[in-house]
Design a protein around this ligand. Structure first.
Ligand code: DC
Length: 225
């Protein structure tokens, strides 16, 4: 099996940007597991499947054929679905909210397990998610748990959305982030938590370049790269 760097943490901690930088610097593939749940959320709307219809969602999950392309520095991972670029739709706040509703179902998570593991078949892999270190790649030689305060994450998200010309309110964003955290951490199946052997990093007062440099140094110290 190839070298896997598992990166978990709450939404907005900087995992996406960190993973793109790592994958590019190391020439590793990239798995954005959140995008799989996001695509499933979108597909469920298209197919008229309710977010609580677990068996139907699991069937739908098996049909997802997705690929990721690291974009320009600072840009999110590009998401290709059946060869079509669906990045902007996948990144909408509303899609993230849908994803967190389809993701808690055990049958859905089981259906997406092999899809996720298949990304580790070709060379090294940087895997971004909530349960990369605890479940999907629980034997990864480097597990990062990246956090930041909810306040800092809401501020970053506000700047990101404003730069795209979206009209958003800080208090609403903070509420959404806290509600998403509660759903991700409170669910019974694969809740968001650091693996016992995870290396924990808090990015509240750190730039992405500082976080990247620390992770690269740790990967080198462990002789993974
Ligand atoms: O990282 P993200 O914002 O794209 O994730 C969207 C949702 O998907 C998030 O609310 C939790 C869920 N998710 C998950 O349950 N397991 C993962 N490995 C990744 C994301």
């Amino acid at each position: 099996m190839s070298v896997v760097i598992a990166v978990d943490g709450p939404s907005g901690a900087g995992k996406g940007t960190l993973c793109v930088k790592l994958a590019k610097a190391l020439g590793f593939s990239l798995l954005d597991s959140g995008a799989l749940y996001r695509i499933l959320g979108l597909a469920s709307v298209d197919a008229g499947v309710a977010v609580d219809d677990e068996p139907a969602l699991a069937e739908l999950a098996k049909t997802i054929d997705v690929d990721f392309v690291p974009g320009e520095p600072g840009e999110p991972v590009g998401v290709m679905l059946n060869g079509i670029d669906v990045t902007s739709k996948v990144r909408l706040e509303s899609t993230g909210a849908l994803a967190s509703k389809v993701a808690p179902h055990p049958m859905v998570r089981a259906a997406l397990l092999e899809t996720q593991r298949s990304f580790a078949q070709k060379g090294g892999l940087v895997a971004d998610g909530r349960d990369m270190g605890t479940v999907v790649f629980n034997d990864a030689p480097l597990k990062i748990f990246l956090t930041a305060s909810a306040q800092a994450r809401a501020e970053r998200r506000l700047l990101q959305l404003q730069s795209k010309g979206e009209d958003v309110n800080f208090a609403t964003l903070l509420d959404e982030i806290e509600a998403r955290d509660a759903r991700d951490m409170g669910r019974a199946e694969s809740p968001l938590r650091p693996a016992d052997d995870a290396w924990q990093l808090d990015s509240t007062t750190k730039s992405i370049d500082e976080v990247f440099a620390e992770v690269m140094a740790e990967a080198q110290r462990r002789q993974l790269v």
